[in-house]
Design a protein around this ligand. Structure first.
Ligand code: BES
Ligand code: MN
Ligand code: MN
Length: 407
Protein backbone atom coordinates (compact mmCIF):
# COMPACT_ATOMS: atom_id res chain seq x y z
CA UNK A 1 0.00 0.00 0.00
CA UNK A 2 2.84 2.33 0.81
CA UNK A 3 4.52 1.69 -2.51
CA UNK A 4 1.17 2.14 -4.26
CA UNK A 5 1.08 5.71 -2.94
CA UNK A 6 -0.89 5.50 0.29
CA UNK A 7 0.39 7.57 3.19
CA UNK A 8 -2.30 6.93 5.72
CA UNK A 9 -2.18 3.23 6.59
CA UNK A 10 -3.29 1.62 9.81
CA UNK A 11 -3.05 -1.87 11.19
CA UNK A 12 -6.07 -2.12 13.46
CA UNK A 13 -5.85 -4.76 16.19
CA UNK A 14 -9.00 -6.78 16.86
CA UNK A 15 -9.94 -9.62 19.20
CA UNK A 16 -8.62 -12.02 16.54
CA UNK A 17 -6.79 -10.99 13.35
CA UNK A 18 -5.92 -7.33 12.65
CA UNK A 19 -7.55 -5.30 9.93
CA UNK A 20 -5.50 -3.27 7.47
CA UNK A 21 -6.98 0.10 6.56
CA UNK A 22 -5.62 2.75 4.21
CA UNK A 23 -7.14 5.86 2.79
CA UNK A 24 -6.40 8.66 0.39
CA UNK A 25 -8.94 11.49 0.36
CA UNK A 26 -7.09 14.00 -1.79
CA UNK A 27 -9.56 14.23 -4.66
CA UNK A 28 -12.12 16.84 -3.55
CA UNK A 29 -15.40 16.61 -5.41
CA UNK A 30 -14.59 13.15 -6.74
CA UNK A 31 -16.38 9.98 -5.65
CA UNK A 32 -15.16 7.93 -2.70
CA UNK A 33 -14.72 4.21 -3.18
CA UNK A 34 -14.35 1.64 -0.42
CA UNK A 35 -12.39 -1.35 -1.63
CA UNK A 36 -12.65 -4.50 0.46
CA UNK A 37 -10.68 -7.73 0.40
CA UNK A 38 -9.31 -10.36 2.77
CA UNK A 39 -5.81 -11.61 3.52
CA UNK A 40 -6.82 -14.70 5.47
CA UNK A 41 -6.99 -18.01 3.65
CA UNK A 42 -8.47 -21.45 4.18
CA UNK A 43 -6.10 -24.07 5.62
CA UNK A 44 -3.65 -25.32 2.98
CA UNK A 45 -3.87 -28.93 4.21
CA UNK A 46 -3.55 -31.64 2.93
CA UNK A 47 -0.09 -30.32 2.07
CA UNK A 48 1.11 -33.43 0.25
CA UNK A 49 -1.45 -32.81 -2.51
CA UNK A 50 0.27 -29.57 -3.56
CA UNK A 51 2.57 -29.81 -6.60
CA UNK A 52 4.72 -26.96 -5.22
CA UNK A 53 4.62 -25.67 -1.60
CA UNK A 54 1.42 -23.84 -0.68
CA UNK A 55 3.18 -20.70 0.54
CA UNK A 56 5.86 -20.46 -2.16
CA UNK A 57 4.18 -18.73 -5.11
CA UNK A 58 5.24 -20.54 -8.28
CA UNK A 59 4.51 -19.67 -11.90
CA UNK A 60 3.64 -22.62 -14.09
CA UNK A 61 1.61 -22.94 -17.36
CA UNK A 62 0.46 -19.34 -17.26
CA UNK A 63 -0.82 -19.56 -13.69
CA UNK A 64 0.56 -18.50 -10.33
CA UNK A 65 0.15 -21.24 -7.72
CA UNK A 66 -0.10 -20.66 -3.96
CA UNK A 67 -2.74 -20.51 -1.24
CA UNK A 68 -4.56 -17.19 -1.56
CA UNK A 69 -3.69 -16.43 -5.20
CA UNK A 70 -7.35 -16.55 -6.26
CA UNK A 71 -8.98 -16.22 -2.83
CA UNK A 72 -8.20 -13.47 -2.15
CA UNK A 73 -4.69 -12.00 -1.93
CA UNK A 74 -4.01 -12.21 -5.66
CA UNK A 75 -7.22 -10.36 -6.40
CA UNK A 76 -6.43 -7.67 -3.82
CA UNK A 77 -3.04 -7.27 -5.46
CA UNK A 78 -4.73 -6.45 -8.77
CA UNK A 79 -6.27 -3.35 -7.19
CA UNK A 80 -3.05 -2.26 -5.49
CA UNK A 81 -1.10 -2.56 -8.74
CA UNK A 82 -3.77 -0.60 -10.63
CA UNK A 83 -3.76 2.12 -7.97
CA UNK A 84 0.03 2.20 -7.97
CA UNK A 85 0.06 2.74 -11.74
CA UNK A 86 -2.51 5.55 -11.51
CA UNK A 87 -0.56 7.20 -8.70
CA UNK A 88 2.67 7.02 -10.66
CA UNK A 89 1.06 8.55 -13.73
CA UNK A 90 -0.93 11.30 -12.01
CA UNK A 91 1.11 11.91 -8.85
CA UNK A 92 -2.16 11.33 -6.96
CA UNK A 93 -5.13 8.96 -7.08
CA UNK A 94 -7.92 10.09 -9.44
CA UNK A 95 -10.63 9.41 -6.82
CA UNK A 96 -10.93 9.20 -3.05
CA UNK A 97 -10.19 5.70 -1.99
CA UNK A 98 -10.49 3.73 1.23
CA UNK A 99 -9.01 0.26 1.44
CA UNK A 100 -10.08 -2.27 4.02
CA UNK A 101 -8.45 -5.68 4.13
CA UNK A 102 -9.55 -8.08 6.83
CA UNK A 103 -8.20 -11.33 8.21
CA UNK A 104 -11.34 -13.20 9.23
CA UNK A 105 -13.41 -13.52 6.08
CA UNK A 106 -13.09 -17.28 6.01
CA UNK A 107 -14.40 -17.53 9.57
CA UNK A 108 -17.36 -15.17 9.36
CA UNK A 109 -15.92 -11.59 9.59
CA UNK A 110 -16.86 -11.09 13.24
CA UNK A 111 -14.13 -8.55 14.12
CA UNK A 112 -14.82 -6.66 10.93
CA UNK A 113 -18.49 -6.36 11.84
CA UNK A 114 -17.56 -4.79 15.20
CA UNK A 115 -15.24 -2.38 13.39
CA UNK A 116 -17.92 -1.37 10.91
CA UNK A 117 -20.39 -0.68 13.73
CA UNK A 118 -17.91 1.67 15.44
CA UNK A 119 -16.57 3.35 12.29
CA UNK A 120 -19.56 4.07 10.11
CA UNK A 121 -18.46 7.62 9.33
CA UNK A 122 -14.92 6.56 8.51
CA UNK A 123 -16.03 3.83 6.12
CA UNK A 124 -18.65 5.91 4.35
CA UNK A 125 -18.30 5.74 0.58
CA UNK A 126 -20.28 6.17 -2.61
CA UNK A 127 -19.75 2.54 -3.55
CA UNK A 128 -18.16 -0.66 -2.32
CA UNK A 129 -15.82 -2.47 -4.69
CA UNK A 130 -14.85 -6.10 -4.06
CA UNK A 131 -12.78 -8.61 -6.03
CA UNK A 132 -13.39 -11.89 -4.23
CA UNK A 133 -15.60 -13.74 -6.70
CA UNK A 134 -15.12 -15.56 -10.00
CA UNK A 135 -15.53 -14.94 -13.68
CA UNK A 136 -18.18 -17.06 -15.37
CA UNK A 137 -15.40 -18.65 -17.43
CA UNK A 138 -12.19 -17.89 -19.30
CA UNK A 139 -12.65 -14.78 -21.42
CA UNK A 140 -15.94 -13.83 -19.75
CA UNK A 141 -15.40 -10.90 -17.38
CA UNK A 142 -18.21 -10.90 -14.83
CA UNK A 143 -19.93 -8.68 -12.33
CA UNK A 144 -21.68 -10.54 -9.52
CA UNK A 145 -24.97 -9.13 -8.19
CA UNK A 146 -26.05 -11.95 -5.90
CA UNK A 147 -24.41 -14.25 -3.32
CA UNK A 148 -25.81 -16.97 -1.12
CA UNK A 149 -25.68 -16.68 2.67
CA UNK A 150 -24.13 -19.31 4.90
CA UNK A 151 -25.05 -20.93 8.21
CA UNK A 152 -22.50 -23.35 9.63
CA UNK A 153 -23.33 -26.02 12.21
CA UNK A 154 -21.55 -28.63 14.28
CA UNK A 155 -23.11 -31.50 16.18
CA UNK A 156 -21.80 -33.96 18.71
CA UNK A 157 -23.75 -37.14 19.39
CA UNK A 158 -23.11 -39.15 22.53
CA UNK A 159 -24.27 -42.70 23.04
CA UNK A 160 -22.40 -44.88 25.56
CA UNK A 161 -20.58 -42.98 28.32
CA UNK A 162 -17.24 -44.23 26.95
CA UNK A 163 -15.88 -46.29 24.05
CA UNK A 164 -16.87 -49.94 24.30
CA UNK A 165 -15.50 -53.30 23.12
CA UNK A 166 -17.71 -54.06 20.13
CA UNK A 167 -17.66 -57.78 20.85
CA UNK A 168 -18.54 -57.50 24.49
CA UNK A 169 -21.28 -54.89 23.96
CA UNK A 170 -22.10 -54.85 20.23
CA UNK A 171 -25.68 -55.79 19.42
CA UNK A 172 -27.22 -54.42 22.57
CA UNK A 173 -26.06 -50.80 22.62
CA UNK A 174 -26.56 -47.74 20.38
CA UNK A 175 -23.76 -46.60 18.08
CA UNK A 176 -23.69 -42.80 17.66
CA UNK A 177 -21.84 -43.10 14.34
CA UNK A 178 -24.68 -45.17 12.91
CA UNK A 179 -27.19 -42.64 14.25
CA UNK A 180 -25.21 -39.89 12.52
CA UNK A 181 -25.16 -41.74 9.20
CA UNK A 182 -28.90 -42.33 9.42
CA UNK A 183 -29.51 -38.68 10.25
CA UNK A 184 -27.67 -37.39 7.21
CA UNK A 185 -29.31 -39.92 4.95
CA UNK A 186 -32.64 -38.37 5.94
CA UNK A 187 -31.83 -34.71 5.36
CA UNK A 188 -32.47 -34.88 1.59
CA UNK A 189 -35.31 -36.57 -0.25
CA UNK A 190 -35.07 -38.43 -3.55
CA UNK A 191 -35.48 -35.19 -5.50
CA UNK A 192 -32.51 -33.76 -3.64
CA UNK A 193 -34.65 -31.37 -1.68
CA UNK A 194 -33.79 -30.53 1.91
CA UNK A 195 -36.29 -32.24 4.22
CA UNK A 196 -36.21 -29.62 6.99
CA UNK A 197 -39.84 -28.46 7.34
CA UNK A 198 -40.20 -24.79 6.42
CA UNK A 199 -36.75 -24.63 4.80
CA UNK A 200 -38.10 -23.35 1.47
CA UNK A 201 -41.02 -21.36 2.91
CA UNK A 202 -39.83 -17.82 2.19
CA UNK A 203 -37.50 -18.44 -0.72
CA UNK A 204 -38.01 -15.60 -3.16
CA UNK A 205 -39.09 -16.66 -6.61
CA UNK A 206 -37.04 -15.19 -9.42
CA UNK A 207 -38.82 -13.28 -12.15
CA UNK A 208 -39.17 -15.14 -15.42
CA UNK A 209 -36.93 -12.57 -17.07
CA UNK A 210 -34.13 -13.02 -14.53
CA UNK A 211 -34.29 -16.80 -14.71
CA UNK A 212 -34.13 -16.59 -18.46
CA UNK A 213 -31.18 -14.19 -18.39
CA UNK A 214 -29.22 -16.38 -15.96
CA UNK A 215 -29.82 -19.50 -18.02
CA UNK A 216 -28.81 -17.72 -21.23
CA UNK A 217 -25.32 -16.85 -19.90
CA UNK A 218 -22.36 -18.46 -21.67
CA UNK A 219 -21.93 -20.95 -18.81
CA UNK A 220 -20.18 -24.13 -19.86
CA UNK A 221 -21.37 -27.49 -18.55
CA UNK A 222 -18.25 -29.11 -19.96
CA UNK A 223 -15.91 -26.81 -17.99
CA UNK A 224 -18.06 -27.30 -14.90
CA UNK A 225 -17.93 -31.08 -15.13
CA UNK A 226 -14.23 -31.09 -15.94
CA UNK A 227 -13.61 -29.01 -12.83
CA UNK A 228 -15.66 -31.35 -10.65
CA UNK A 229 -14.65 -34.67 -12.14
CA UNK A 230 -17.39 -36.75 -10.51
CA UNK A 231 -18.69 -39.98 -12.09
CA UNK A 232 -22.22 -38.52 -12.06
CA UNK A 233 -24.19 -35.42 -11.09
CA UNK A 234 -27.17 -34.64 -8.87
CA UNK A 235 -29.11 -31.61 -7.72
CA UNK A 236 -32.52 -30.31 -6.79
CA UNK A 237 -35.12 -31.47 -9.27
CA UNK A 238 -36.85 -28.81 -11.33
CA UNK A 239 -33.91 -26.42 -11.52
CA UNK A 240 -31.03 -26.01 -13.96
CA UNK A 241 -27.48 -26.40 -12.72
CA UNK A 242 -26.89 -22.66 -12.75
CA UNK A 243 -30.05 -22.21 -10.66
CA UNK A 244 -29.01 -24.98 -8.27
CA UNK A 245 -25.68 -23.22 -7.79
CA UNK A 246 -26.80 -19.61 -7.48
CA UNK A 247 -30.41 -19.21 -6.45
CA UNK A 248 -31.42 -22.37 -4.60
CA UNK A 249 -30.66 -23.06 -0.94
CA UNK A 250 -28.77 -26.20 0.02
CA UNK A 251 -27.68 -28.31 2.96
CA UNK A 252 -24.19 -29.78 2.69
CA UNK A 253 -22.34 -32.21 4.88
CA UNK A 254 -18.81 -30.81 5.32
CA UNK A 255 -17.18 -33.28 7.68
CA UNK A 256 -18.05 -36.43 9.56
CA UNK A 257 -15.91 -38.16 12.13
CA UNK A 258 -15.76 -40.38 15.16
CA UNK A 259 -14.61 -43.84 16.12
CA UNK A 260 -11.36 -45.39 15.05
CA UNK A 261 -9.57 -43.79 12.08
CA UNK A 262 -6.02 -45.11 12.51
CA UNK A 263 -4.36 -47.88 10.57
CA UNK A 264 -5.61 -51.45 10.81
CA UNK A 265 -8.59 -52.60 12.81
CA UNK A 266 -9.90 -51.67 16.22
CA UNK A 267 -13.11 -53.27 17.37
CA UNK A 268 -14.75 -50.42 19.17
CA UNK A 269 -18.15 -48.82 19.58
CA UNK A 270 -17.43 -45.10 19.83
CA UNK A 271 -18.96 -43.06 22.58
CA UNK A 272 -19.21 -40.00 20.35
CA UNK A 273 -19.77 -39.01 16.74
CA UNK A 274 -19.38 -35.60 15.13
CA UNK A 275 -20.44 -33.73 12.04
CA UNK A 276 -19.90 -30.32 10.52
CA UNK A 277 -22.49 -29.18 8.02
CA UNK A 278 -23.85 -26.01 6.52
CA UNK A 279 -26.76 -24.45 4.71
CA UNK A 280 -26.42 -22.00 1.82
CA UNK A 281 -29.20 -19.47 1.95
CA UNK A 282 -30.92 -17.41 -0.71
CA UNK A 283 -32.94 -14.19 -0.63
CA UNK A 284 -36.05 -14.52 1.51
CA UNK A 285 -34.50 -16.95 3.99
CA UNK A 286 -33.66 -15.60 7.45
CA UNK A 287 -30.48 -17.22 8.84
CA UNK A 288 -31.70 -17.22 12.47
CA UNK A 289 -34.99 -18.82 11.54
CA UNK A 290 -33.29 -21.42 9.36
CA UNK A 291 -30.86 -22.29 12.18
CA UNK A 292 -33.84 -22.94 14.50
CA UNK A 293 -35.64 -25.05 11.91
CA UNK A 294 -32.54 -27.12 11.20
CA UNK A 295 -31.89 -27.77 14.89
CA UNK A 296 -35.50 -28.73 15.51
CA UNK A 297 -35.52 -31.16 12.60
CA UNK A 298 -32.18 -32.74 13.54
CA UNK A 299 -33.36 -33.29 17.11
CA UNK A 300 -36.60 -34.78 15.85
CA UNK A 301 -34.85 -37.20 13.52
CA UNK A 302 -32.38 -38.48 16.12
CA UNK A 303 -33.25 -41.59 18.15
CA UNK A 304 -33.60 -41.38 21.93
CA UNK A 305 -30.50 -43.57 22.25
CA UNK A 306 -28.14 -40.61 21.73
CA UNK A 307 -27.89 -37.09 23.10
CA UNK A 308 -27.03 -34.22 20.80
CA UNK A 309 -25.03 -31.06 21.34
CA UNK A 310 -26.02 -28.68 18.54
CA UNK A 311 -23.87 -25.64 17.79
CA UNK A 312 -24.40 -22.87 15.24
CA UNK A 313 -20.84 -21.74 14.43
CA UNK A 314 -21.83 -18.84 12.21
CA UNK A 315 -24.76 -17.34 10.36
CA UNK A 316 -24.77 -15.12 7.29
CA UNK A 317 -27.43 -13.49 5.15
CA UNK A 318 -27.73 -13.88 1.39
CA UNK A 319 -27.30 -10.81 -0.80
CA UNK A 320 -28.60 -9.64 -4.10
CA UNK A 321 -29.11 -6.15 -5.45
CA UNK A 322 -30.13 -4.34 -8.60
CA UNK A 323 -27.33 -3.18 -10.86
CA UNK A 324 -28.69 -0.12 -12.58
CA UNK A 325 -26.61 2.53 -10.77
CA UNK A 326 -24.24 4.25 -13.26
CA UNK A 327 -21.18 2.72 -11.57
CA UNK A 328 -22.15 -0.71 -12.94
CA UNK A 329 -21.99 0.52 -16.52
CA UNK A 330 -18.61 2.07 -15.72
CA UNK A 331 -17.43 -1.28 -14.40
CA UNK A 332 -18.70 -3.04 -17.50
CA UNK A 333 -16.92 -0.53 -19.78
CA UNK A 334 -13.67 -0.86 -17.81
CA UNK A 335 -13.80 -4.67 -18.07
CA UNK A 336 -14.33 -4.34 -21.79
CA UNK A 337 -11.14 -2.26 -21.98
CA UNK A 338 -9.13 -4.71 -19.88
CA UNK A 339 -10.35 -7.98 -21.42
CA UNK A 340 -11.59 -6.95 -24.90
CA UNK A 341 -14.76 -8.85 -24.04
CA UNK A 342 -18.22 -7.83 -22.91
CA UNK A 343 -18.76 -8.27 -19.20
CA UNK A 344 -21.82 -10.20 -18.03
CA UNK A 345 -23.89 -9.87 -14.85
CA UNK A 346 -24.01 -13.09 -12.85
CA UNK A 347 -24.98 -14.43 -9.45
CA UNK A 348 -22.81 -16.84 -7.49
CA UNK A 349 -23.21 -19.49 -4.85
CA UNK A 350 -20.41 -18.48 -2.46
CA UNK A 351 -20.76 -16.13 0.49
CA UNK A 352 -19.03 -12.91 1.54
CA UNK A 353 -20.47 -11.74 4.88
CA UNK A 354 -19.08 -8.20 4.56
CA UNK A 355 -20.98 -7.47 1.35
CA UNK A 356 -24.29 -8.06 3.09
CA UNK A 357 -23.18 -6.09 6.13
CA UNK A 358 -22.13 -3.12 4.01
CA UNK A 359 -25.19 -3.21 1.83
CA UNK A 360 -27.51 -3.31 4.83
CA UNK A 361 -25.57 -0.62 6.70
CA UNK A 362 -24.91 1.92 3.94
CA UNK A 363 -27.23 0.90 1.11
CA UNK A 364 -24.52 1.78 -1.40
CA UNK A 365 -23.94 0.01 -4.73
CA UNK A 366 -21.71 -3.03 -4.22
CA UNK A 367 -19.66 -3.78 -7.32
CA UNK A 368 -18.28 -7.32 -7.23
CA UNK A 369 -15.75 -7.81 -9.98
CA UNK A 370 -14.23 -11.27 -9.82
CA UNK A 371 -10.95 -12.22 -11.47
CA UNK A 372 -10.79 -15.80 -10.26
CA UNK A 373 -11.97 -18.76 -12.32
CA UNK A 374 -14.31 -21.41 -10.87
CA UNK A 375 -11.72 -24.16 -11.45
CA UNK A 376 -8.77 -22.42 -9.81
CA UNK A 377 -8.99 -24.63 -6.71
CA UNK A 378 -9.92 -22.02 -4.14
CA UNK A 379 -9.98 -23.72 -0.70
CA UNK A 380 -8.25 -26.78 -2.24
CA UNK A 381 -4.70 -27.95 -3.04
CA UNK A 382 -2.94 -26.29 -6.01
CA UNK A 383 -4.95 -23.07 -5.77
CA UNK A 384 -3.89 -20.74 -8.58
CA UNK A 385 -4.70 -17.57 -10.48
CA UNK A 386 -4.57 -17.31 -14.25
CA UNK A 387 -1.91 -14.68 -14.96
CA UNK A 388 -3.67 -13.36 -18.03
CA UNK A 389 -6.65 -12.48 -15.83
CA UNK A 390 -4.30 -10.92 -13.29
CA UNK A 391 -2.81 -8.58 -15.92
CA UNK A 392 -6.09 -7.87 -17.73
CA UNK A 393 -7.59 -7.27 -14.29
CA UNK A 394 -5.00 -4.62 -13.45
CA UNK A 395 -5.72 -2.90 -16.75
CA UNK A 396 -9.48 -3.03 -16.23
CA UNK A 397 -9.32 -1.78 -12.64
CA UNK A 398 -6.97 1.07 -13.59
CA UNK A 399 -9.51 2.16 -16.23
CA UNK A 400 -12.32 1.73 -13.72
CA UNK A 401 -10.83 3.95 -11.00
CA UNK A 402 -9.66 6.50 -13.55
CA UNK A 403 -13.07 6.64 -15.16
CA UNK A 404 -14.87 6.98 -11.82
CA UNK A 405 -13.37 10.45 -11.48
CA UNK A 406 -16.07 11.60 -13.91
CA UNK A 407 -18.92 9.64 -12.33
N1 BES B 1 -14.32 -15.58 -1.94
C1 BES B 1 -15.14 -16.52 -1.28
C2 BES B 1 -16.61 -16.39 -1.63
C3 BES B 1 -16.97 -16.65 -3.06
C4 BES B 1 -16.31 -17.59 -3.81
C5 BES B 1 -17.99 -15.96 -3.62
C6 BES B 1 -16.65 -17.82 -5.12
C7 BES B 1 -18.35 -16.19 -4.92
C8 BES B 1 -17.67 -17.12 -5.67
C9 BES B 1 -14.97 -16.38 0.22
O1 BES B 1 -13.62 -16.25 0.58
C10 BES B 1 -15.47 -17.63 0.89
O2 BES B 1 -14.91 -18.67 0.69
N2 BES B 1 -16.49 -17.49 1.73
C11 BES B 1 -16.99 -18.57 2.50
C12 BES B 1 -17.91 -18.05 3.54
C13 BES B 1 -17.29 -17.76 4.88
C14 BES B 1 -18.34 -17.19 5.80
C15 BES B 1 -16.64 -18.97 5.47
C16 BES B 1 -17.81 -19.52 1.67
O3 BES B 1 -18.47 -19.09 0.72
O4 BES B 1 -17.79 -20.70 1.99
MN1 MN C 1 -12.65 -14.94 -0.60
MN1 MN D 1 -12.74 -18.31 0.57
Amino acid sequence: MRSAGFQSIEIVPTALHPLVYAESLNAPGKPTILFYGHYDVQPAEPLHLWTTPAFEPTVRNGNIYARGTADDKGQVHIHLKALQALHQIGGEFPINIKILIEGEEEVGSVSLWNFVQKNKEKLKADALVVSDTSMLGKGVPSITYGLRGLNYYQIELTGPRRDLHSGVYGGAVPNPLAALAELFAKLHDKNFRVTVPGFYDNVKQLSKAERKALNALPWSRKTFQEAVGAPGYCGEKGFTTVEQLWIRPTLELNGLWGGYQGEGAKTVIPSRAYAKFSTRLVPGQDPQRIAKLVEKHVRKLLPKTVTCKFEVLSTGKPWSAPYHAPIFQRAQAALQKGFNQKAVFIREGGSIPFVTQMYDTFEVPCVLIGFGLPDENAHAPDEHLYLENYFSGIKAIAHFYQDLATL
